[in-house]
Design a protein around this ligand. Structure first.
Ligand SMILES: [Zn+2]
Length: 186
């Protein structure tokens, strides 16, 4: 969002509540970041019934690290974003996917196919942008820091707890990246 804003794009942020454990903290963080960046207030999609999907992201009793896959999550995000964009006559959507994919729906190849599929579904050529896909988490944090984004506005832990769990994939990536950034490694 920060990069799009910098390039003077009119940004219409979307947030998806898919019944995940972090929603209560992610949504206010999303609103705070949007407000800070001066973009339009975020739209919140609420997807129900996801407890039928055995993922650690929506079930506190499952392993938040080893069962972190929420099948087709990025396809769901891209589809909802494209549906919303279509309604406001916009045909470009952007997702903040970073490098080093762990799951199949995080790769450039996947997004190329998703773009074709969504364009076909809408009957309009639609572009999916993933401006961070060649940057790892450390490089993304470095970029955000350079642009002055207050990290305290963000939330990243999959557990949804006030204190980051330090165990989930998101925590591990973020904590390692912050450590590397502090140590000044490039
Ligand atoms: Zn965590």
């Amino acid at each position: 969002m920060m990069l799009l804003r910098k390039e003077k794009h009119d940004v219409f942020p979307c947030h998806v509540d898919y019944g995940h454990l972090a929603e209560e903290r992610e949504w206010p963080a999303c609103q705070a970041v949007c407000k800070y960046l001066g973009v339009n207030p975020p739209v919140r999609f609420r997807v129900g019934g996801t407890k039928a999907i055995p993922s650690g992201l929506v079930h506190p009793e499952l392993d938040i690290e080893k069962q972190a896959f929420f099948p087709t999550r990025n396809l769901l995000f891209a589809t909802l974003g494209a549906a919303y964009a279509h309604g406001i006559s916009c045909h470009v959507i952007a997702l903040g996917i970073v490098a080093n994919p762990i799951f199949p729906d995080q790769t450039e190849g996947f997004f190329q196919k998703a773009q074709e599929c969504i364009s076909s579904a809408l009957g309009v050529e639609t572009t999916i942008m993933t401006p961070l896909i060649s940057l790892d988490k450390r490089e993304v944090l470095k970029l955000a820091k350079a642009r002055g984004l207050p990290f305290e506005l963000t939330y990243y832990c999959h557990s949804g707890k006030a204190q980051p769990c330090g165990v989930c994939i998101s925590c591990k990536e973020r904590i390692t990246a912050e450590k590397m950034l502090l140590e000044g490694s490039s």
